[in-house]
Design a protein around this ligand. Sequence first.
Ligand SMILES: NC(=O)C[C@H](N)C(=O)O
Length: 639
Amino acid sequence: MPNSLCDEKFTLEALDSPQNGYDSPQKESHPANIRKNHIAANSEAHVVGREANVLVIYTGGTIGMVRNKAGALEPIPNRFVSELRKYPNLHDTEYAAKKFSNANARTPLVLPLVSKELRRIIYSVHEYEPLLDSSNMTFQDWLQIVDDIWQFYQCFDGFVILHGTDTLAYTSSALSFMLENLGKTVIVTGSQIPIFETRTDGRDNFTSALIIAGNYTIPEVCVLFGAKLIRGNRATKMNTSSLDAFESPNCPPIAKIGINVEVDYRSIFRPCNDLKFSAHTNLNENVALLRLFPSISTAAIKAALQPPIEGVVLQTFGSGNIPSIRKDLMQELKLAAERGVIIVNCTQCNVGSVAGIYQTGAILSEIGILPGFDMTPEAALTKLAYVLGKETWSLDMKKQMMQSNLRGELTLSKPAEMQEEDLIEAVARSLRLSTPRELDQLGATLYPAMVNTAVVAQDTNKIKNLQSYGADLSAVDYDQRTALHVACSEGSLEVVKFLILNGVPVHARDRQDRTPLMEAISIDHHEIIKFLVRCGAHITGSSRGIGEQLCAAAARGFTNRLQSYKLAGVDLSQIDPSGRTALHLAALHGHVNTVIFLLENSVDASVQDLLGLTPIDYAKKGSYPEVVELIEKHLALDP
Ligand SMILES: NC(=O)C[C@H](N)C(=O)O
């Protein structure tokens, strides 16, 4: 996976070759045959303002289609990006010309800055080949998307997948399971009318998806359509023609898109563990959906449960009922369950859950059929394919996982109880505030400050208390800092662990673009750095900027700081904008221990800066013969 050097490495050549020297994260398997044909070079001339990088994966669908002579919609390869460049509200040519030394048809696109949003979106489009109507998509296409996100995870702040609407909910559900311990925002979107038509929903959907993917840390696979952002595994296409085609019947939206983007941070389902992002790329295709209807034949039931089928979503009536007096049907289901087929009971209704309140439903659990709670058929089916694809899990484990809430796809029980009297409500009463909006605003102001005070005091009990009063530990303060930023800058490993295990994101960037990892580096807390890296944190920013920081540390002889960068995964050979390595600066200032450290860490002693000078030339100019001798000896041993 590319690291902080992403900016220099966004060349087609680098992306085309899996052997590009990128440091890949843990992954269970690696689908072969990666098609890369449209990610452009991002060789930065200079940064003009706050920015976020978003990777757009364009798989097909109406959004990019064009009407042919007969009036039918079809995708045209290699046209999407060149068309986007013609639209001033989708591409800011002036900014691009300032940002990229030689802006051309292959450099990334720039979304004009949106008022009230912190960061300008720089986006690269990766177009699939062939472009597909989503009705033609298969599990293989999901694997492709997962693989691309996995490969470029560290290069981008967020991901947008452009997709046809017909099978979009299957894809978003599948991705939500396959992208494990996701720490960044992934948004699947499309449109009902092509983006380049005069009247279109495509432009709004695309723009909102880009803005949210780059500006908001929502570590979930989401669907953006119309005026809402919903959880990917809760989405379902409800309408063939409405511009508001998707609903999330059993779960409120994560964000509403009106004049402003209003994110309901408490509704975000956060991975509460210390595991790194990984991609699961083995799906079991022996799964099926079986929708019951009155008088369904035994033959139809039998056919749907036949080997090689290993998992079936049984779509039952109402709150999970079947024709229980049908002994033939019961017998077929029982036999299949005994053979080890996992059968999950989901309702045919769009809203609500299977409940087992009638004998006609309760009987299913007696013969080994699992409750699917309020999962959509799309979520239940793709979850089965995912769970059955976990070859190391036992059958019992797979069944247990089908009944567990893995990614917010089902509602097991009522949400955790809050404290009797909500703290914010008590304060609001004394301030004579009463509307829900005022309460929300008060909570958003007070809780981060209170949580941060508890973090500074390293008082995890107090943090837990505030959580029980309804404080969102992942909320940001006025400077966009999370409690994790504060814990890292305070150097409390225990609090850092507590916050991460309670879902606080490791990738959050504050107003100054600082991440929790940068805070830990700034106090050289090596244990926290190691822990954050274990959880998937990585360095962000341009490689030249990192080179500058390394040079600054080396000039002062701060070997410990260089060690911090090393632990954070930085290649200590990064050069600054003048082509100097940290070794040049350590040599110039005669910091012997720093020079030794850098040589031991394979920093190339023969690198010439823009003036053609090597570290030895610097040591000579600084009059440090000891350093000259040290480097010469090193070069003699390891030329
Ligand atoms: N609106 C759309 O994108 C529908 C199209 N048939 C597709 O799913 O690719």
